[in-house]
Design a protein around this ligand. Structure first.
Ligand code: SDX
Length: 394
């Protein structure tokens, strides 16, 4: 039975809130989306099915799935005027900065036409966000490498369309590898939602003031960017590259254990999981599948990652502190092999997490008891005192 806490609109000290969307058992390493285990959803379903489930609470019927897929597919284009935003960014801007700016700007194109008190309008806004994030993300990537934007193609499924928008060029036909598209789709599902993590709580707090959903998602993207959160996939790959070879692992394990060294093993540890992150297992399997599909026999980064995991999991420090690989540990190796630069890793996380943010925002907005969030504080500053004028302060 999932634990239910009383949701205190004031975000009291427990910070607990009530939700029906995602359940995590950190001790057992369990992750359920609306009661369905992540292992089953990534085996048979696809990402848009998971989106429907997270948004509406039930798996779609065939007719509902077809209608939902069609609605998302037909909203993948962005307003042509928005393409001008990209001209204002430096070419070498981090794609996450571009995402925060461009997604926030969606408010300037759609906000005034969205009445969030109207369920139909909330559905439109939710579907628009899910539909347009891959297009904006692909545009951010294309802009960063100086290539022309590739329009979405309605005859491709969600993940294949995204890969096509990222890697196709006008000069020649680009065929999306179906195995890589399936892997991309599974990676999206793995990242879709994760209960009240930092970025989701940011979206909820922003939404509790009545801010429009596009602005709330932009706030979530900003929070996700941090290396302790969604930025960890980029940081984890940079760490594996810095370690470079298996013989240098002990030096980094020692640094991770040294209280005076701020270095932490990126992709390891979790606020909630004190067991193996169930997503990390599926991510590792997907990593091997992608490398095999691409004919990559021995990836030095994977060798370092597998050996680093083996050593860490047998080290008493990590055992005692219950530190295991999290979803970010293997995702970077996989995404790099698929052709993405490290700077795009967190962008992909944001694309996938958009449905979780939107589903949690929708659940909160539809809760009639919802008040504006107001985290409590414990004041530990100066007691009341009288003002001293400047000439008397010496
Ligand atoms: C995500 O919340 C979510 O659900 C997030 C997420 C999602 O889907 O939304 O799952 C996505 O953000 C995954 C986490 C990605 N971040 C990283 O991989 C960055 C590296 N990991 C850490 O920075 C850290 O583990 C955190 C930030 C994830 C959690 O930090 P906490 O809350 O300090 O972890 P903890 O309380 O379990 O730590 C226990 C001890 C502490 O030492 P002591 O104070 O007891 O002496 O373990 C230490 C920590 O310092 N520790 C680590 C470590 N992580 C925790 N030591 C070395 N390496 C690490 N990675």
């Amino acid at each position: 039975k999932t634990g239910h806490f009383t949701y205190d609109p004031g975000f009291t000290s427990t910070g607990a809130c009530e939700s029906k969307i995602t359940y995590i058992d950190g001790d057992k390493g369990v992750l359920l989306y609306r009661g369905y285990p992540i292992e089953q959803l990534t085996l048979d379903g696809d990402y848009l099915e998971t989106c429907y489930l997270l948004l509406y609470g039930e798996l779609p019927t065939k007719a509902q799935k077809q209608q939902f897929d069609r609605h998302i597919t037909r909203h993948t284009m962005i307003h042509e005027q928005m393409t001008r935003f990209f001209q204002g960014y430096r070419r070498d801007a981090h794609p996450m900065a571009v995402m925060v700016g461009t997604v926030g700007a969606l408010s300037a194109f759609y906000h005034d036409s969205i009445d969030i008190s109207d369920p139909h309008q909330r559905m439109i806004a939710s579907h628009r966000m899910i539909a347009k994030m891959p297009t904006i993300a692909a545009m951010a990537y294309k802009y960063s490498i100086g290539q022309p934007f590739i329009f979405p193609k309605n005859d491709l499924d969600y993940a294949a369309n995204f890969l096509h928008m990222c890697f196709a060029v006008p000069a020649e036909e680009y065929k999306v590898n179906p195995i890589l598209a399936r892997a991309m789709d599974r990676i999206f599902t793995l990242h879709a939602d994760h209960e009240q993590n930092a970025s989701t709580s940011t979206v909820r707090l922003a939404g509790s003031s009545g801010a429009n959903p596009f602005a709330c998602i932009a706030a979530g993207i900003a929070c996700l960017w941090g290396p302790a959160h969604g930025g960890a996939n980029e940081a984890a790959l940079n760490m594996l590259a810095e370690i470079g070879t298996v013989d240098r692992i002990p030096e980094y394990i020692a640094r991770a254990k040294d209280k005076n060294d701020p270095f932490r093993l990126m992709g390891f540890g979790h606020r909630v999981y004190k067991n193996y992150d169930p997503r990390a297992k599926i991510m590792q399997q997907t990593c091997h599948e992608v490398l095999q599909t691409l004919g990559i026999k021995d990836d030095p980064l994977l060798d370092v990652a597998v050996e680093l995991e083996r050593i860490a999991l047998s080290d008493e420090y990590f055992i005692e502190k219950k530190l295991y690989p999290n979803i970010d540990f293997y995702s970077g190796i996989t995404l790099k092999a698929m052709g993405f630069p490290t700077s795009m890793f967190t962008v992909l996380f944001a694309v996938a997490r958009t449905v979780g943010w939107i589903a949690q925002w929708k659940e909160m907005v539809e809760d009639p008891s919802q008040k504006i969030g107001r985290p409590r504080q414990l004041y530990i500053g100066a007691p009341q005192r009288d003002y001293v004028s400047l000439d008397k302060r010496g």
